[in-house]
Structures are given as structure tokens and as C-alpha cells.
Design a protein around this ligand. Sequence first.
Ligand SMILES: Nc1ncnc2c1ncn2[C@@H]1O[C@H](COP(=O)(O)OP(=O)(O)O)[C@@H](O)[C@H]1O
Ligand SMILES: CC(C)(COP(=O)(O)O)[C@@H](O)C(=O)NCCC(=O)O
Length: 307
Amino acid sequence: MSDPINYNAFTRAQWRAFSDDATLPLTQESLRQIKAFNDRISLQDVQDVYIPLVHLLHLEFDHYRQLQRDKASFLQQQPRRVPFIIGIAGSVAVGKSTVARLLEVLLNHYFEGKRIQLITTDGFLYSNEELKKRNLMTRKGFPESYDMSALIQFLNDVKAGQELIKAPVYSHKVYDIVPDQFEYIVHPDVLIVEGINTLQLPTNEQIYVSDFTDFSLYVDADPTLIESWFLERFELLLETAFQDPTNYYYPYTIVSHAEAIAKGKQVWRDIDLKNLEEYILPTRNRADMILHKTFHHRIDRLLLRKY
Ligand SMILES: Nc1ncnc2c1ncn2[C@@H]1O[C@H](COP(=O)(O)OP(=O)(O)O)[C@@H](O)[C@H]1O
Ligand SMILES: CC(C)(COP(=O)(O)O)[C@@H](O)C(=O)NCCC(=O)O
């Protein structure tokens, strides 16, 4: 991609040099937590990419807090701890949730005494029952498949400091919203919000998700690579599905492997790639930072918004 004029672009080596930590200053416990959710994460990436990123986020967080205090003083109001929200956008299967969980562990480690929480916008998809009613089952992930007003209301409640906030939960395995299951958000200092639509402009809302995010990341890669990661994840989902007839992916485990992969490729091409090209990629240049990945999820370039 040609670099947009309002970003500074850095190679991985240049970016790494912005952090003066010579070695990875993580506890064994933090390393264990990282490996526990994805043992393929490279610790070199953590060192080269994420440690400087966490330092930058710390700067952004401190400035945000200071500005909130100054504004409250200007308005002669009591200062309030307004949560700092980080948005993570990008294609289906590009690795957003992995980036989000890694940041959650690292922020817990580096933002001492602060409460870090993570939520995915998948929970705000309409249930399959509702999608069927609206004839949207082949549009899952497209803007109209989300209850955007519920998502905006949720973010507003978080910023407003509401006591206990419930968010619905989506399961990839069940391929649907899980009834009666919720995530609870309780006074976070930082909330990470991960989802394909975090930089999107909704068609019928007055405010956007990005009106609530204080720092946004876009995870970027060549679509051919993302397709291979999508198919790898699809195969992993099949591996856990074959013993469970209630699993959404079970029918693909009782046909030939070639047939199952052909179906996966079709889903990618007709739904997720289309969504990437039409609705997700056009939001890339609204992000504060773009993380560009190459083969094996290796981050090779970073773009940081100047203005
Ligand atoms: N840094 C990484 N190293 C190795 N594998 C990764 C990495 N990030 C993501 N993956 C793998 O790529 C696939 C898609 O990642 P995931 O985080 O589920 O994407 P998304 O949340 O964007 O849909 C998963 O199989 C995941 O394990
Ligand atoms: C639930 C999703 C829209 C969100 O994806 P995620 O970014 O969590 O991978 C996506 O995984 C999805 O189900 N897309 C519809 C087509 C499909 O991949 O089955």
C-alpha cells in the first residue's frame, strides 16, 4: 500500500528502537498467560512491537486522564475516572482478538493497579434467529448484521461510568449469540474493544463507535494471507467439532476434507473477503495506528498517525 500523507511509517527495526527496554521485562506469569491463549505468539514480536506500543499507549492514557481532570476543573465539576477505550479493527481472521488479548495481558502488567477489560463487538451481532428474519444469514459481519444502537449505548454507559454493564456474548463454535450469557464490565480504567466494525460509520446512527475510542488500531495484511489464516482457523474449528453433533461446524467434519475446505474457501470469498473489500478496508486510514503483518503473522511495518 502507498503510505497515506498523514502517517509516519516505520520499519520494525525503527519501531523497536523507540523502546529502551533491552530485554523483555515480563514476569514468568505474564509470559505464561500469553502462551496460554496462543502458544504461537512470537516473544520477539512482544519485544520488538508490543513493548514500544504499550509505552505509547501509556503516554496516550496519561494525557487523556490529565485532559479529563483539566476539563472537569474548567467546568467546575468533580473529576471522574473516565475509561480510556482502545479500538482494534481489521478483517475477519487477521488476528484482532489475538492482538487484543496480548494487549490485555501486557497492559495488566505495565499499567500497575489499573483495571483492564476486553470486549468484542461480535456480541452485538443480531442472533441467528433475528438474522434469518431479516434475511441476513449470508451477511454476518456486514454493518447491517450488528445492533449498532445497542453497541453505541453500551459504549456510552462505559464512558458515563455506569456501575455494572452487561454485554452479550457470541460463540464462534455455536456460530450464534449465546442466550443468557453475558460479559460484565465493571469500572475499567482501560477497555479494549475489538471488532471488524470499530472504525465503521454506521448508516443510521448519529454517533460512531469511534466517537468513544481514544486510540484505534487497524490490523492489516494482504487478503491472500488473511485467507490462509482464515482457513487455518476453520480447520482448527473442524478439529474440535467432529465429536459434537451440536457444533455448527459438525456437518463439515462428516464430508471429505477437500469438500470442507472448498466450503471454507467459498465462505471466505463470498462473505468475509467481500466484507473486507467493501466495508472494512475503507476504514483503515481512520485508525491512529496501522499494524501491518506479513507471513506467519510477523509484524513488519507500523504506521502512526501524525495528525
Ligand atoms: N500473532 C500470531 N501468531 C500466530 N498465529 C496467530 C497470531 N495471531 C492470530 N493467529 C491465528 O490466526 C487465526 C485468526 O486469528 P484471530 O485472532 O482469531 O483473528 P480475528 O479475531 O481477527 O478474527 C487464529 O487461528 C489465530 O490463532
Ligand atoms: C463473527 C464474525 C463476523 C466476526 O469475526 P472475527 O473478527 O471475530 O473473526 C465472523 O467470524 C463470521 O462469522 N463471518 C461470517 C462468515 C464466516 O466466516 O462464517
